[in-house]
Every structure is written in C-alpha cells, then in structure tokens.
Design a protein. Structure first.
Length: 130
C-alpha cells in the first residue's frame, strides 16, 4: 500500500506527467466516441461542428499544457493528424461518415486556441501592464 501512495505522490508532484496522461486518456476517449455508432442531436443544425470546434480547442489547450514543444508547427500538426485520422477511420465504418466540414471545424478549434493563447492574451496582458 505504501508503494502505491509513494507512486501516486510522485505522479501528483509531476504535473506534466499527469497532464500527459490526461491528454492520452482524452484523445483515446475522443477516438472511441468518434468511432462508435452515435447520432447526437445538439438541438441546432451546426451543433456537431460546434462540438468539433470546442473539442479541438480543448485538445489544443491540453496538449499545449502537457508538452514543452512549440505550438506551431509541432502541436498543430499532431492535432490535425488526429482529426484527419478520425475522419479516415469514419470513412470505412458503415455507421459513420467522412466529413470535410468536421475536419475544418477541428482546424477552427485549433486556430481559435492559437489566436486566443498567442495573439489575444499577450495583447491584453501588455495593455494591462501599461
């Protein structure tokens, strides 16, 4: 039991490892949800695209926190590959379908995170310190 406590304590101290584990978990969960038979109606016509955009915004945020690599081009490339992989896998599944619009929504979520984190927040912080 003490060994488990020591390992958990070391993991908590290393927040980077916790973030990386969480990222892998949520990317795997996202892949699973994207591949199971589902017909989710969010109540409005573009609900699926909003869900894609929001999901990839969160993935971009989490990946940026979990890794020290530069956001552009490394992390953007990884996330775009992940989105393309999902769409290609959906293409071969009879209960899912390939959608360029979904991939564009994924890219918009990544772009929105980049704009917020690297353009808007630095400008806001520089105005705040004046």
């Amino acid at each position: 039991m003490q060994m488990i406590k020591d390992n958990v304590g070391a993991l908590i101290k290393n927040y980077q490892a916790v973030l990386q584990f969480g990222l892998i978990f949520f990317l795997a969960l996202g892949l699973w949800l994207a591949l199971i038979p589902a017909n989710i109606d969010l109540g409005f016509s573009l609900g699926d695209k909003v869900l894609h955009t929001f999901s990839f915004f969160v993935f971009a945020l989490w990946l940026n926190l979990a890794s020290r690599r530069p956001f552009w081009p490394n992390k953007v490339s990884y996330l775009l590959f992940y989105g393309a992989l999902i769409e290609c896998l959906q293409f071969v599944l009879p209960w899912r379908s390939f959608s360029v619009a979904d991939f564009i929504a994924d890219a918009l979520g990544i772009a929105f995170y980049w704009w917020l984190a690297y353009k808007l927040l630095p400008q806001w912080q520089s105005r705040k310190t004046r």
